[in-house]
Design a protein around this ligand. Structure first.
Ligand SMILES: CC(C)(COP(=O)(O)OP(=O)(O)OC[C@H]1O[C@@H](n2cnc3c(N)ncnc32)[C@H](O)[C@@H]1OP(=O)(O)O)[C@@H](O)C(=O)NCCC(=O)NCCS
Length: 178
C-alpha cells in the first residue's frame, strides 16, 4: 500500500482524472462537478494498491464564523474507497492522514457525512455538531437546518473550543454549501 499526501497543485492531470473516476464510481454517479470542485485547492490523500488508486480524501480550508471568530477550518471532502476494497481499513488510513493535516494546519476539522461515512467518522472521535448550522450567503447569514445532524466536527489537540450554544456559519460556495 502506498499512501501519498499532496496539494492539488502537485497532482498531475492524469491523477486528478483518476481521483474523479474513483469518486464517480464510489458515489454511484451521484458526484457532481461542483462536488469535485469543492475537493480541490487543498491537500489530498491518495492510497494506491499495486499502482491503482483505491482510496482518496482531501481537506480544504474554509472559514467558519463562530462566536464572532472566523475559525481556520480544515473541511474534509471526497472521502471514498473503491467498492471492492471497503472494510479493510483504507477509509481509516485516509482519515488518519487527513487528521494529521488538520492537526498541523487548522484549529478545527469539519465535514458533512454520508450515511456510509457516519460510522467511520464517529469511530474516529468526530462528533455531530449539536447546535445550529448556517452560512454567510450572498444575501447575508442564513440558517441551514437541513445540515444540522449530518455536520461533524473534530477538534485537534490544541484546537479551538466550540460553544454548542453558538452557531457555525460556513463560508459560502456554489453547489452544496456543506
Ligand atoms: C465510507 C467509506 C469511505 C469507508 O471506507 P472503508 O475503507 O470501508 O473504511 P474502513 O475499512 O477503514 O472502516 C470501515 C469499517 O470496516 C472495519 N474494518 C477495517 N478494517 C477491517 C478489516 N481488515 N476487516 C474487517 N473489517 C475491517 C472498520 O472497523 C469499520 O467498521 P465499522 O463500520 O463497524 O466502524 C466507504 O464505505 C465509501 O467509500 N463509501 C462510499 C462513499 C462515501 O459515502 N464516502 C463518505 C462520504 S462522507
Amino acid at each position: 500500500m502506498d499512501t501519498r499526501t499532496a496539494h492539488t497543485s502537485e497532482l498531475a492531470a492524469g491523477e486528478l482524472r483518476e481521483v474523479r473516476d474513483l469518486l464517480d464510481a464510489a458515489f454511484d454517479g451521484d458526484f457532481a462537478d461542483e462536488d469535485f470542485e469543492h475537493a480541490l485547492g487543498g491537500m489530498h490523500v491518495l492510497v494506491r494498491e499495486d499502482g491503482r488508486l483505491v482510496a482518496h480524501g482531501s481537506v480544504v480550508q474554509r472559514r467558519v464564523l463562530h462566536r464572532a471568530r472566523a475559525l481556520r477550518t480544515g473541511y474534509v471532502e471526497a472521502v471514498a474507497v473503491r467498492a471492492d476494497h471497503r472494510r479493510r481499513g483504507y477509509g481509516n488510513t485516509v482519515m488518519a492522514a487527513l487528521e494529521a493535516v488538520i492537526g498541523r494546519a487548522y484549529v478545527l476539522g469539519a465535514l458533512s457525512a454520508s450515511e456510509d461515512g457516519a460510522g467511520l467518522y464517529l469511530s474516529r472521535g468526530w462528533a455531530v455538531w449539536p447546535g445550529r448550522i448556517g452560512t454567510l450567503s450572498p444575501d447575508g447569514p442564513v440558517r441551514l437546518p437541513d445540515e444540522e445532524g449530518s455536520t461533524y466536527v473534530w477538534t485537534p489537540p490544541g484546537g479551538v473550543r466550540l460553544d454548542p450554544a453558538g452557531r457555525l456559519d460556513f463560508d459560502w460556495r456554489d453547489g452544496d454549501v456543506l
